[in-house]
Design a protein around this ligand. Structure first.
Ligand code: KDO
Length: 331
């Protein structure tokens, strides 16, 4: 949870550039700009599909949308820094990545906090988000345009053992992405978290370097994790989100009409992706059963109690704005 020297330097440097109004290379209104997006997601991931089919065409009059999938342009977790440094225009950022720079974002990484996709939307639109969004804009030069629904994260294991409560996960090597907030979620679930990049999960499962991973059902299908695992435990421990992250410098180079178009395009893409992802989540359970996996619901109350207690007692909770958990729950 400590901010590294590099991150402190990045923030100081970026804040200075933002303050001086120096350009990261946004083109003038007359030129067509290129909006490169880097993500570890696959091309068939519904967030990727929505951005390619809804966002891209909507901004085509003045911008060329250029997505790069499978972390082929920037490594998972380095995209925000790339935008801040002017080397990238867009990403699908997680709250966990933001929390490495702004610890208060860890509130959105807590298990069993967001209730569902609609709740995520309400939280993102709430007044109490404004100071957080402004901080990311002012200090990192990144605009959070919209919230995307990734889905309910479920345990997906290559071992046979039946998992009913957190105690059953003791010693289970559970892959989580490589940041403190993600690793903490793995611990809070009762497992032994192991950091592995998204693009390396399949091989890690295949070779037995890890016992399992957690992701929403659509991701498990897209990335074919069912080929190398035996069961899915429906813990729904995190209703996961991502933000459409956009370079503030590029944004500032757009006309007000273009800005409105970009904002609407991001909101429309997020909504389209959300509806498709929800529909997939509802139908995929049968898909995995047909592939021979066991799919079952554990004692979710036991997981909820264990995870919520771990978060409330953690150092993360000390960084959360006063009263924000109650405000989120009240929405
Ligand atoms: C993952 O690495 O497990 C994760 O689901 C984390 C998300 O925040 C997001 O980055 C996602 O991967 C990628 O977009 C790939 O789907």
């Amino acid at each position: 949870m400590k901010m590294t020297t590099n991150r402190r330097r990045l923030l100081t440097g970026t804040a200075a550039l933002v303050a001086l109004g120096l350009s990261f290379g946004a083109a003038g209104a007359a030129d067509k700009i290129t909006l490169r997006l880097s993500t570890p997601a696959t091309e068939t991931d519904q967030r990727a599909v929505a951005l390619a089919t809804v966002f891209g065409p909507a901004v085509a009059d003045f911008a060329t949308y250029e997505p790069h999938y499978n972390a082929s342009l920037f490594k998972q977790g380095t995209e925000l820094e790339a935008i801040a440094r002017g080397n990238l225009e867009m990403s699908i950022a997680s709250a966990q990545e933001l929390a490495t720079i702004f610890p208060e974002f860890s509130i959105f990484t807590a298990g069993y906090l967001h209730r569902d996709a609609e709740h995520q939307k309400k939280v993102f639109a709430a007044d109490f988000m404004d100071p957080l969004k402004k901080k990311v804009e002012d200090e990192l030069g990144v605009k959070l345009l919209s919230v995307m629904y990734l889905g309910r994260r479920q345990l997906n294991l290559r071992i046979d053992k039946e998992i009913k409560t957190p105690a059953d996960l003791a010693g289970v090597k559970l892959r989580m992405p490589g940041s403190d907030a993600w690793q903490f979620l793995g611990k809070a679930l009762g497992a032994s978290p192991v950091p592995v990049a998204f693009t390396e999960i399949y091989t890690a499962l295949q070779t037995g370097a890890i016992d399992g991973q957690d992701n929403p059902l659509p991701t498990n299908r897209d990335s074919k994790f069912y080929e190398v695992t035996k069961q899915i435990v429906l813990t729904s421990h995190l209703v996961d989100l991502n933000y459409v992250a956009f370079s503030k410098k590029v944004w500032d180079g757009l006309t007000p009409e273009q800005q409105a178009t970009v904002q609407k395009a991001a909101d429309d893409a997020a909504e389209s992706g959300r509806q498709k992802q929800l529909a997939l989540e509802a139908e995929l359970e049968q898909f995995f059963k047909d592939k021979g996996l066991k799919v079952y619901t554990p004692d979710v109350d036991a997981f909820r109690t264990h995870v919520q207690k771990a978060y409330l007692e953690s150092d993360f909770a000390k960084t959360w704005p006063e009263g924000m958990v109650d405000k989120i729950n009240a929405l």
